[in-house]
Design a protein around this ligand. Structure first.
Ligand code: SF4
Length: 446
C-alpha cells in the first residue's frame, strides 16, 4: 500500500486503497489517480482493512512482473474483496479475468477517466467542500524533496523484446508549457530534484513537430535539449532518465557541463554487440559507443552513466557477450541494471531462434555483474577528493543518508554523510567525498 497522507475524517468518507506496482512511470500514473481521488473527496486508505475498495496499478512487462501483478490482485481480493485493476496489465483483461473473475473493473494504462468512472460506480463520491481540497501540486508518492516529471507517454520504437508500444501506444508528448508549469509548481512546493521520465526521453516532441507553447508570456519549445535547459533554469536538480543515444544528445552534455542538468545520463544501451542490437531492433544503434562516451566525458568530465543491459538475448554468442563486457569496462559505465533475458508475452523476440539456455544466462549474468562491480569500485574511487552538493534523503538516529549528483533515488548508491548534525531531509549540503565502496560513497560536510 502507498504511504499517501491520510486525514482524520468521519466514517462515511469513501476510502480507496492503492497498490502501485511497476516502474516510475506507473508511479506517476498512481500519483495522478490519487490526486483525482483526493480532489473528488475520496480518502486514501493506508491498509486493506480500512479501504472500501482497492485499486491495483499493475505492470505487464516481464512475465515475472505479470505474475507479481496477478498475485497482488489476488491478495487484494482476499484481504478486501472489492478490486479495480488498472495499469499495463489492464490492457489484457482476459488474462486478469481468467485468474480473477471477481474483479470489479479493469482499465488500461493512463486511462484516468475510465479508472475514475469505475471508482464512481463501485463507490460513489461524497462531496465535502472542506475535505475536497487538494494541494495545487497534486499528491506525490515520492518524498517531498524529489519528484518524477513525465514528459511524454508511449513510444515510437519497436524493440523486439518490448510490448510497451502495444500497451501504451505511440509517442504522445506533453506541450512544453504544461511540463514547465508542473515543474515550477513542484519546485515552489519544495521539490529539490526533478526526475525527467518517459519511455524515450530524447524523442520528446517528435510527434508534435517540436511545437512551441506559451507559458507566462514566453514561448517554450518541445525539444529535448531546450526542455532540459528550461527546466534547469528553475533552480532544482534536473536528472534525465531513459535517454537514447540519438546524435542530438551530444548537445545536452554541454548543458550538464554548464550545470543546467545533473552530470548524469540514464541511457539504456541494452547491449554492445551490433548483431544483438539489430535483433533487439534498438533505436539509435551506433557502433563505437565507448568512443562516444569518451567524447561526452571530454565535455563533462564528471559525467556518470547509468545503463541497463540484457544478457542471454536470443542468438547472443560468447563473442557477443565478450563485446558487452569490454564495453562496460571501456565505457566506464558507472551504474548498471542487468536483466537475464525473459520472454515477454506477445513480444516478437519470443519467436527468434537461438534461445540461450537458462544456465548460460545465469553464468553470463554473474560474470557481467562482477565486471560491472569492478568498474563501479574504480569509478567511485576516482570521485574521492571531489567537492559536490549532496541531497539529504534521510536522517535516522544521527545517521545522514544523502545522494550525490551521480546517484538517482532508489536505483543507485547513496552517500553516507558525516559532519552535518543539523541536516534535514531535502537539504542540499556541500561535501567532500572521503571514501568509497562497491556502490556507495562517504563524504564529509564542508
Ligand atoms: S524504446 Fe524500445 S524498450 Fe523502450 S519503450 Fe520503446 S519499444 Fe520498449
Amino acid at each position: 500500500m502507498t504511504d499517501a497522507p491520510t486525514l482524520s475524517v468521519p466514517k462515511s468518507i469513501p476510502k480507496v486503497g492503492i497498490v502501485s506496482l511497476g516502474c516510475p512511470k506507473a508511479l506517476v500514473d498512481s500519483e495522478r489517480i490519487i490526486t483525482r481521488l483526493r480532489a473528488e473527496g475520496y480518502q486514501i486508505a493506508p491498509d486493506y482493512a480500512g479501504a472500501d475498495l482497492v485499486l491495483v496499478n499493475t505492470c505487464g512487462f516481464l512475465d515475472s512482473a505479470r505474475d507479481e501483478s496477478l498475485d497482488a490482485i489476488g491478495e487484494a481480493l482476499n484481504e478486501n474483496g472489492k478490486v479495480i485493476v488498472t495499469g499495463c496489465l489492464g490492457a489484457e483483461p482476459d488474462v486478469i479475468r481468467a485468474r480473477h473473475p471477481n474483479v470489479l473493473a479493469i482499465t488500461g494504462p493512463q486511462q484516468y477517466e475510465s479508472v475514475m468512472e469505475a471508482v464512481h460506480t463501485a463507490l460513489p463520491p461524497r462531496r465535502d467542500p472542506f475535505l475536497d481540497l487538494v494541494p495545487d501540486t497534486g499528491v506525490k508518492l515520492t518524498p517531498r524533496h524529489y519528484a518524477y516529471l513525465k514528459i511524454s507517454e508511449g513510444c515510437n520504437n519497436r524493440c523486439s523484446f518490448c510490448i510497451i508500444p502495444k500497451l501504451r501506444g505511440d509517442l504522445v508528448s506533453r506541450p512544453a508549457a504544461h511540463v514547465m508549469a508542473e515543474a515550477e509548481k513542484l519546485v515552489a512546493a519544495g521539490v529539490k530534484e526533478l526526475l525527467v521520465i518517459s519511455q524515450d526521453t530524447s524523442a520528446y516532441g517528435v510527434d508534435i513537430k517540436y511545437a512551441t507553447s506559451s507559458w507566462k508570456g514566453t514561448e517554450y519549445s518541445a525539444r529535448f535539449h531546450d526542455l532540459a535547459r528550461d527546466l534547469g533554469s528553475l533552480g532544482a536538480w534536473v536528472r534525465l532518465h531513459y535517454v537514447y543515444p540519438y546524435p542530438h544528445v551530444d548537445r545536452t552534455i554541454e548543458l550538464m557541463a554548464q550545470g543546467l542538468a545533473l552530470p548524469y545520463l540514464d541511457i539504456p544501451f541494452q547491449h554492445a554487440s551490433p548483431d544483438v542490437l539489430k535483433r533487439m531492433r534498438r533505436p539509435a544503434n551506433q557502433e563505437k559507443q565507448a568512443a562516444r562516451i569518451a567524447a561526452w566525458r571530454a565535455i563533462c568530465p564528471d559525467l556518470a552513466i547509468r545503463s541497463t543491459f540484457i544478457v542471454g538475448f536470443p542468438g547472443e554468442t560468447e563473442a557477443d557477450f565478450q563485446m558487452l563486457l569490454d564495453f562496460v569496462r571501456e565505457g566506464g559505465i558507472d551504474r548498471v541494471g542487468c536483466f537475464k533475458y525473459e520472454n515477454v508475452v506477445h513480444a516478437p523476440a519470443r519467436d527468434l531462434d537461438g534461445h540461450v539456455p537458462e544456465e548460460v544466462k545465469e553464468e553470463r549474468w554473474h560474470r557481467f555483474m562482477e565486471a560491472a562491480q569492478e568498474v563501479s569500485v574504480q569509478r567511485l574511487a576516482g570521485r574521492i577528493g571531489a567537492e559536490v552538493d549532496v541531497l539529504v534523503d534521510e536522517v535516522d538516529d544521527g545517521e545522514v543518508t544523502a545522494r550525490s549528483p551521480w546517484d538517482a533515488p532508489e536505483i543507485d548508491g547513496v552517500v553516507h554523510l558525516t559532519g552535518a548534525p543539523t541536516a534535514r531531509q531535502g537539504d542540499l549540503i556541500r561535501a567532500r567525498i572521503t571514501g568509497s565502496g562497491a556502490y556507495d560513497l562517504e563524504a564529509e560536510a564542508i
